[in-house]
Design a protein around this ligand. Structure first.
Ligand code: COA
Length: 259
């Protein structure tokens, strides 16, 4: 598995995917989005991968947005296609990925970059991170889920303000807003993400996948989140991980999941 715009590193069940276009501040062109789609498929199929971390290369940017150079000349139809394909290949793919995905936001997360971070299951930021949805300053709106996911994460009023002003917020403000879960010095960002991943990996992969499906169902138009929770809860009782988890508790030992 080799990619032109991504670096892949594996350690103890944690796969780190680094978007690697530092000269363009890791802007998401269509080639990179296609590679991320493939990388997600590989990671889903690989049983050894238990948690994903997505980050950007270099000290400056997570992802500075969709690649403006690529879409500046697009027509209405091409614009619509760009958004629809992006949703399908990357942003919905990450959100519904059946293993936990952590965004390690190591600098600018703007436009499609913040949208990618928001598609991840949760976010950890370095103290130099800057986040915003600057699309209205370019004459467009966020088209990779930003109008929906930002409002869900921080509330409608803050989302409206951020989209209207096209401004950036700093990491500490993002923490206060609940947009990121933790802020750490840049040198400690991946260590913090790896610690969180290690804590997650102690738990049942099948239960984690059920939890992702149940939580996400609460945000899907037309889906009944509580009903989905009931179904996913019931399904857990038929998994080897449930037998192992409850058995280990009763036998006063640590469970070994994913056998
Ligand atoms: N698309 C394409 N290229 C981008 C990009 C993007 N979203 N963001 C940055 N780049 C490129 C720049 O064009 C520049 O390339 P060049 O050297 O070939 O000209 C390179 O990355 C470095 O960016 P630069 O603007 O010189 O860095 P800076 O430190 O002065 O500013 C930002 C950093 C993030 C404030 C600025 O790059 C920016 O505003 N980027 C666009 C953010 C945006 O609007 N994103 C939403 C897109 S929908």
């Amino acid at each position: 598995m080799s990619f032109s715009n991504l670096l892949i590193a594996d350690a103890d069940g944690i796969r780190t995917i680094t978007i690697n276009r530092p000269d363009q501040l890791n802007a998401l062109n269509s080639a990179t989005i296609g590679e991320l789609d493939q990388a997600l498929n590989h990671a889903q199929a690989d049983k050894a991968v238990r948690v994903l971390i997505i980050t950007g290369s270099g000290p400056k940017a997570f992802v500075a947005g969709a690649d403006i150079k690529e879409f500046a000349h697009f027509s209405v139809e091409e614009g619509k296609m760009l958004s629809a394909e992006g949703h399908k290949q990357l942003f919905d793919h990450v959100e519904h990925f059946e293993k936990p995905v952590i965004a390690a936001v190591n600098g600018f997360a703007l436009g499609g970059g913040l949208e990618l971070a928001m598609s991840c299951h949760f976010r950890v930021a370095s103290d130099n991170a800057r986040m915003g949805l600057p699309e209205t300053s370019l004459g467009v709106i966020p088209g990779y889920g930003g109008t929906q996911r930002l409002a869900r994460l921080v509330g409608k009023g803050k989302a409206m303000e951020m989209i209207f002003t096209a401004g950036m917020i700093k990491a500490d403000e993002a923490l206060q807003w609940g947009l990121v879960n933790h802020v750490v010095p840049q040198a400690e960002l991946l260590t913090k993400c790896n610690e969180l991943a290690a804590a997650i990996m102690k738990n049942s992969p099948t239960a984690l996948a059920s939890a992702i499906r149940a939580v996400n169902a609460g945000y899907e138009p037309g889906a009944n989140g509580m009903q989905r929770e009931i179904e996913e809860f019931g399904k857990c009782f038929g998994t080897p991980d449930f037998i192992e988890g409850t058995g280990a508790f009763l036998e006063k030992r640590k469970p070994v999941f994913g056998k």
